[in-house]
Write a protein that binds this ligand. Structure first.
Ligand code: FAD
Length: 297
């Protein structure tokens, strides 16, 4: 995860109940062949009970695939005792990187009140690290929202909360998906003006399936540019055409972002190594270039 080149990282999720974990392992073997800087693995916000598969996948990424892993950790449904238990498991497994999250509210599940925000979890992890006797500490990542987190009253409050998260100890930020690069550039400008200096990776989700994009977008504030909407409508009934158009759109976004000097691309792979490989082969050589300072207008 050094910065003498533009970072290229992937995100995967644990298997759904009907899917075998071996299927995810096969995807990981394929993704690791692309040699990303790291692969992050999501964690369902249901609490410490969701730790098992996420931890198995993170271990597989680092121990078998030879790629750095980042484990997501949502705290919304955890007590401090649960969080301590999970951190001890991470420590034992040799996990080095955590994406500290508040997590999404789960319908029907009453939220625990031990952690109100991701920054509270970050402070908790820092306290955990301070007590470790092996001198090790977790590298902490945080989430950020180019088009504002849906619960934020306004952009400034969201940036202020992000600054608090970085001041608490987030060293690297991964962004929510977006489809209009201008929104990302304006966000990075605002973050830099607010004194946030840590790397900010752009979250890119290839639109290869109308339904899943609609579902993901409904959970965010992401604005869909007209050309994107036209593309989705035009190819909605052809799985191959929508996949190819979605890959081309993501490649176009990535070329523009890397050309403009952003620090990294975090690809939401949706566990689809075919799509990740196609995107990689279209843009790989761009990533050997170091990021350049973005111009603040
Ligand atoms: P926070 O940083 O706590 O922010 C949540 C809201 O609170 C924001 O509106 C923020 O402005 C506000 N806020 C924060 N701090 C303060 C403060 N001090 N005072 C007042 N307001 C404040 N969810 C999962 O359940 N599992 C995952 O694996 C997962 N992975 C994700 C990966 C990425 C890259 C991203 C972008 C999101 C991911 N999510 C995941 C979703 C995420 O958990 C939700 O978006 C959640 O609603 C917010 O999490 P957060 O960590 O950004 O929260």
């Amino acid at each position: 995860m050094n910065s003498n080149h533009t970072i290229f990282s992937f995100e995967v999720f644990p298997p759904k109940k009907t899917m075998n974990i071996e299927t995810v392992y096969k995807t990981l073997d394929e993704l690791s062949g692309i040699k990303p800087d790291f692969i992050s693995v999501t964690y369902g916000a249901g609490g410490s009970a969701n730790c098992g598969n996420t931890l198995n996948i993170a271990n597989r990424i680092k121990d078998v695939c030879g790629v750095q892993s980042v484990v997501h950790l949502p705290c919304i449904n955890m007590t401090k005792k649960d969080a301590l238990f999970v951190l001890e498991q991470f420590q034992e497994a040799g996990i080095e990187n955590i994406l500290a999250l508040r997590g999404d509210r789960v319908e029907g599940v009453e939220q625990c009140n031990d952690f109100a925000h991701a920054s509270d979890l970050i402070r908790f992890i820092k306290e955990f690290d301070a007590k470790r006797t092996n001198g090790k500490s977790f590298k902490l990542f945080g989430a950020c929202y180019p088009e504002r987190h849906p619960e934020s009253p306004d952009v400034l409050s969201d940036i202020k909360a992000l600054k608090d998260k970085v001041d608490a100890g987030a060293e690297h930020l991964l962004s929510q998906l977006f489809f209009d690069n201008e929104k990302f550039y304006r966000f990075v400008e605002r973050a830099r003006l607010a004194g946030i200096t840590v790397p900010i990776e752009a979250g890119i989700m290839p639109a290869t399936n109308k339904k899943s994009i609609e579902r993901m977008v409904s959970m965010t504030n992401a604005v869909l540019p007209k050309k994107f909407v036209r593309m989705m409508e035009r190819y909605a009934d052809s799985p191959e055409a929508i996949r190819d158009a979605g890959i081309a759109y993501a490649v176009d976004q990535i070329v523009d972002l890397v050309t403009n000097g952003i620090e990294g691309i975090h690809l939401y792979t949706m566990n689809n190594s075919y799509v990740a490989e196609r995107i990689n082969s279209a843009v790989r050589s761009l990533f050997s270039e170091p990021p350049v300072e973005m111009e603040i207008k």
